[in-house]
Write a protein that binds this ligand. Structure first.
Ligand code: G4P
Length: 290
């Protein structure tokens, strides 16, 4: 299956981000912790090359804890600050405050030497659609936030959210777009629900998810649906359909309906914490650092 998706206004969004990046000190980039590479566009490394960089492994509550740690190291080894976050619950917010200060230490020091005191750090949130940017901004800014309004001349037309005396956040996130060079990227984004289900063959997609879960998270399907993880993936899908009574008229199994049920369970975390993309082994990098 070849998943393709071209969000409109991509060029416009990129131009907007280029402009916004000029105004800020640090990029807070959200990725989905279940698919940390597929949910990021490395173009941002180029766009933000002179800025401090913080990656948030968002939706960490839905991802495998061991993989969250592995991905954290992966990005840290590449020069990013990293925090694991659950934006819905607010886990990780305090740590982000501290990490921003840490990541912008050089800027703060530069300001201090020039005699500039208490100039807030300016931050921008960025990420591909559906990674949780709005949820994060709402939780991070919380009720304490106050919109600072336009700053004539400097940031015309921009709204900043004053988080505290140290940090200001641009209130509109930078929208990135997925990079579909490898077709698995599209498929993983479809698994997590970032591509409209109507565009997809849910049954075929679900067989892929079942295969992945059987391989990496053995017993998960047995625990949830009481089926045996034996035979072809289609047999497991059929067993789940029978177990859950997903039938069409005439007692025929309704695979489409079963697939939706499984995706719903997966996306809401009812199948447990599952990461869809394994962090590459970092042996050679560790050796470099020894
Ligand atoms: P975006 O601005 O980047 O496009 O993403 P948005 O905040 O709209 O979030 C997309 C979906 O992801 C929302 O779910 C949101 O609740 C969920 N979400 C965001 N952060 C987290 C997180 O850390 N953990 C979990 N488990 N979910 C998160 P939705 O179902 O589309 O909307 P809603 O019903 O929750 O409002």
């Amino acid at each position: 299956m070849n998943v393709q998706w071209y969000p409109g206004h991509m060029t416009k969004a990129k131009r907007q981000m280029q402009e916004d990046i000029k105004l800020i000190d640090i990029i807070i980039e959200l990725v989905d912790a279940r698919v940390p590479l597929s949910s990021r566009n490395p173009d941002i490394d180029d766009l933000g090359k002179n800025k401090s960089r913080l990656i948030l492994l968002n939706k960490a509550d839905l991802a495998d804890e061991r993989q969250n740690e592995a991905w954290k190291h992966y990005f840290q080894n590449r020069g990013f600050y990293v925090v694991q976050v659950d934006s819905r619950k607010g886990t990780g917010m305090k740590q982000i405050q501290n990490t921003i200060q840490e990541a912008c230490r050089e800027k703060i020091e530069r300001d201090r030497k020039r005699g500039i005191k208490n100039r807030p750090i300016r931050a921008m949130v960025a990420g591909i659609p559906n990674v949780g940017k709005s949820t994060f901004i709402n939780t991070f800014a919380g009720r304490a936030c106050a919109k600072t309004g336009n700053k004539p001349g400097v940031t015309k037309g921009k709204q900043w959210i004053r988080l505290n005396k140290n940090v200001e956040l641009l209130d509109t996130p930078g929208i990135l777009w997925p990079k579909f060079e490898d077709q698995m990227v599209g498929i993983r984004l479809a698994y997590i629900g970032s591509i409209k289900d109507e565009l997809l063959n849910m049954e075929e997609l679900c067989l892929g998810l079942i295969a992945y879960i059987r391989e990496h998270y053995e017993h998960t399907l047995t625990d949830r649906y009481g089926v045996e993880e034996k035979g072809e993936d289609i047999e497991v899908l059929a067993a789940i359909a029978r177990e859950r009574g997903c039938l069409k008229k005439g007692e025929e199994l309704d695979y489409e309906k079963t697939a939706r049920l499984i995706f719903d369970d997966f996306r809401t975390g009812k199948l447990g914490r599952i990461t869809l993309e394994w962090a590459p082994k970092e042996g050679h990098l560790d050796e470099d650092h020894q």
